[in-house]
Design a protein around this ligand. Structure first.
Ligand code: OAD
Length: 229
């Protein structure tokens, strides 16, 4: 029998237990930085050097982080389900854990792209993660491969297609503040079970089963629930 399609949408809370700060919790990144300075297209035009520094710091932090039990739990679900992860996270912890299908909505921290050609993308080596205004790769100056606010989200279309095909849809660790990612929930087919794992959940439509737990515990609970279903 074909496996059921389990589509999982993750946010910063997924990586919190790996030691990576979320954005909007107390002590989150947006308490110490202005989002319009370090994560917007206008900010990049105004002060690109600051943006290089900001993402260099995020890369240094990521190199110290390891996937947590939540990431690993999602990989285990591949035994019984066709699992697709759609993530707002720019870290690579789903890939490091071993997830087979990962779609990044907001870009990837360990990649840069050419300033003059967005289709030219390079993966940074762990020993060369610092970029500046002067960094040149294959003759091109580069920028972080991050979707800034005010920019289009190219992967939202394939993400919507995945959600439309889901037999089970799960949302983990996101405050559901940022669109279009937050809107994915609305593309599930009628009758499809939807779970939301978050210790401090945002309000969600009735019918969504909320598991008010950290990602590690919530994924374990989800596995138990799905095994019984
Ligand atoms: P937020 O920081 O807005 O929300 C993080 C969510 O994670 C909150 O709902 C927390 O309750 C939850 N959380 C905290 N610890 C958790 C844990 N251990 N397990 C599970 N959940 C936990 O982060 P996002 O919703 O991901 O975009 O933010 C969306 C986007 O806003 C980001 O991708 C980023 C940001 O600006 C860009 O920079 C383009």
């Amino acid at each position: 029998m074909a496996k059921k399609k389990l589509v999982i949408s993750t946010g910063a809370g997924m990586s919190a237990e790996s030691g990576i700060n979320t954005f909007r919790d107390a002590g989150g990144l947006w308490e110490n930085y202005r989002v319009e300075d370090v994560a917007s297209a206008d900010g990049f035009r105004r002060n690109p050097a600051l943006i290089h520094e900001f993402y260099n710091a995020r890369r240094r932090e990521l190199l110290k982080a390891r996937p947590n039990a939540g990431h690993l739990g999602l990989v285990k679900l591949e035994k019984d389900f066709d699992v697709y992860v759609i993530t707002q996270n720019v870290d690579n912890l789903h890939e490091k854990a071993g997830s087979s299908n990962v779609l990044h909505l907001h870009g990837e921290l360990m990649k840069v792209r050419a300033l003059d050609n967005e289709t030219k993308v390079w993966e940074l080596k762990p020993d060369m993660i610092e970029t500046t205004l002067e960094t040149v790769i294959d003759g091109h100056r580069v920028r972080p491969h991050i979707v800034f606010f005010q920019e289009a989200v190219p992967n939202i279309e394939p993400a919507i297609e995945l959600v439309k095909q889901a037999d089970v849809f799960v949302v983990i660790g996101t405050s559901l503040n940022v669109y279009p990612a937050a809107g994915l929930l609305h593309y599930v087919r009628p009758g499809v079970p939807v779970y939301y794992i978050d210790p401090n959940p945002a309000s969600v439509p009735g019918g969504v089963t909320v598991l008010p737990m950290k990602a590690s515990e919530g994924v374990e609970e989800l596995a138990r629930i799905l095994a019984k279903a």
